[in-house]
Design a protein. Structure first.
Lengths: 316, 280
């Protein structure tokens, strides 16, 4: 097992290298050099040259790339052009919002997707099954920004049940009632992201429900509930878990649009603002953080998969 | 091609497939009829601004007094063309990259790591960053950004399929009796690849339309003079309290088209060989 984990970690290294290369060269390809962008239009050539030397921009590209990799692993992403703060700190200050939103959304996705998938599989090709399919597909077909606006109009503007936008820290104030800021964004994101989970749950449940041991369980006279939940669902859980983890990884990063609509100060909104205002160090840092997180979660998924499923060989 | 005829037959057989196809054709018709039904949709009538839906303006008018109905019809074009072009470009590039990587393992071990790295960035974020890199908002740049963002998924799919098809007994037999590379490629690989790639392309088309609309909504997509559903929702957002029709109708447009494509993709996927299904 240890050998398998080591192998998986090593296998991720080349991908990690490419992630760093993409984030480094992506910013290099942007027209104009960072030094002039940092100093603005009013800077003299001498000032630009001095800053270039300070930032190491006059060195060969490969040397710069090497230094960049070292800095990333030290957690140093440079200064934000717009906020004049270390980018690492900036991202850290936005983490609570995005993380709470992602967790809240995940709860909604689980509450929607799992029961829908299980029920649809128990009664395949019935009206219930097809209605779930249609609802879930509708969810996946709504543009999130539009659905978010509609939800906001209905529940925040017309009914006044929830705040329209913004966020007040829960960890900072210790006030759980601030979760109300996240209800509408989480519903928006959750509804549009439940489709994959519902579909995978249905597919893997259908596969398992056709197995011999399920028939055996039934013929023993067990209640249908027990058969479905204890015998079938547990065995269908592994592929479902994979989807749950990947959906979560996607959420942490995919909140950009929702955060923009509801003006939630999270990492997604930070990225959108950085792109609008050409805050390159910030764009670069968010790219690296998001991709690292994704790779980390996929690594965790692979390892849990191997731990949970004895059929997977990890000896070779 | 016979594979495509087969797929169409399956789509027409399933209920979801028929509904999906109907929605898709409906949106195409809206786009085709736009110049005839609403030739003056982009004309400004500022005194007539923010009128609620009425007989003259079925969907009301926007903040410049333009007819929202006409603009929604015209907006169909942009979404359709963006979706179709991006899915064809990423399918072509994906087939090329995926097959060469599977054929030449040394190149594959390098290129697939690069593809993995690209896939570590969520597609919309990747497209957003690419828009920042290419500099200015234009239709061509949106196409480039979205194609680059969606090609890795296609390449991964084709790579996996090619590795699998190579192991099929009849492909090995063909190679054993000395059939040349070109013939194996055209007679065994391509027909086996077509259906899964078409299914994936349908879904990519749906995602692309949502993605392009999101870029337009954020204001980094196509320039403002092109009628775009995403941009219309974005502009309407400021007036959502007093003129909700500005936001509502373009959104319904996006929803209709994307739902149609999703239903279509779903029906196609169900029609596929169950062994290949898992890869999608």
């Amino acid at each position: 097992m240890t050998a398998y984990i080591i192998k998986r970690v090593l296998a991720i290294l080349p991908t990690l290298f490419f992630v760093l290369a993409i984030s480094f060269f992506a910013v290099r390809f942007i027209p104009g050099d960072p030094a002039s962008v940092l100093l603005g239009d009013m800077a003299t050539t001498q000032q630009v040259e001095r800053l270039k030397a300070e930032l190491g921009l006059d060195r060969p590209v490969l040397v710069q790339f090497g230094k960049y990799i070292v800095r990333v692993f030290q957690g140093d992403f440079g200064q934000s052009i717009i906020y004049h703060l270390p980018v690492g700190r900036l991202i850290w200050s936005r983490t609570e919002t995005t993380a709470s939103l992602a967790v809240f959304t995940m709860v909604i996705i689980l509450c929607l997707g799992l029961p829908a998938g299980v029920l649809a599989a128990v009664k395949p090709n019935t009206l219930l099954d097809q209605s779930f399919l249609v609802i879930v597909l509708c969810g996946a077909s709504f543009p999130t920004f539009w659905f978010g606006l509609l939800v906001m109009m209905a529940f925040a503007v017309a009914l006044r049940w929830f705040p329209t936008s913004g966020f007040v820290s829960i960890l900072g104030t210790g006030n759980l009632a601030n979760l109300r800021y996240l209800v509408l964004p989480a519903v928006t994101l959750g509804f549009s992201n439940s489709a994959l989970l519902a579909r995978m749950t249905r597919a893997s449940m259908l596969e398992v429900l056709g197995e011999d041991y399920v028939s055996t369980a039934r013929s023993k006279g067990l209640r249908e509930r027990t058969v479905v939940l204890k015998h079938a669902f547990r065995n269908a859980a592994i592929p479902i878990l994979t989807i749950v983890l990947f959906t979560f990884a996607g959420l942490l990063a995919g909140t950009a649009i929702t955060e923009t609509v509801f003006a939630l100060p999270g990492i997604g909104l930070l990225l959108v603002q950085s792109v609008m205002q050409r805050d390159y160090p910030c764009i670069q840092a968010v790219m690296v953080v998001v991709a690292f997180l994704y790779l980390f979660i996929s690594l965790v998924t692979d390892i849990t998969y191997a731990l949970l499923d004895p059929r997977i060989h990890y000896g070779e | 091609m016979s594979v495509l005829r087969e797929l169409t037959k399956y789509v027409l057989r399933s209920k979801t497939g028929r509904v999906g196809l109907a929605l898709f054709i409906f949106v195409c018709l809206a786009g085709i009829l736009a110049p005839i039904v609403a030739p003056h949709a982009n004309d400004l009538h500022v005194p007539n601004r923010l009128q609620p839906p009425n007989m003259a303006n079925l969907f009301g008018t926007d903040h410049f007094g333009r007819d929202v109905f006409g603009r929604v019809l015209h907006g169909a074009w942009l979404s359709l063309i963006t979706g179709l072009l991006v899915s064809s470009i990423s399918a072509t590039a994906g087939i090329f990259i995926g097959m060469t990587s599977a054929y030449f393992p040394l190149f594959g071990s390098f290129s697939m790591r690069f593809v993995d790295a690209l896939m570590a960035f969520p597609t919309l974020i990747l497209a957003l960053i690419l828009m920042a890199i290419v500099g200015h908002a234009s239709f061509a740049n949106v196409l480039i950004a979205l194609s680059v963002a969606y090609t890795p998924r296609m390449a991964r799919l084709v790579y996996g399929l090619t590795l699998r098809i190579r192991e099929f007994d009849y492909v090995e037999s063909a190679r054993a009796v000395g059939v040349n590379h070109m013939r194996i490629l055209t007679h065994h690989f391509i027909p086996n690849l077509v259906s899964p790639v078409v299914v994936q392309a349908t879904l990519v088309c749906a995602f692309t339309i949502l993605g392009a609309a999101a870029l337009d909504f954020l204001g980094v997509g196509v320039p403002p003079y092109i009628p775009s559903w995403g941009a219309m929702v974005g502009e309407g957002r400021q007036y959502i309290g007093i003129a909700p029709w500005l936001t509502l109708f373009p959104g319904i447009g996006i929803f209709t088209l994307v739902l149609g494509l999703n239903l279509l993709g779903d029906a196609l996927r169900d029609a596929l060989d169950p062994r290949l299904k898992k890869l999608l």
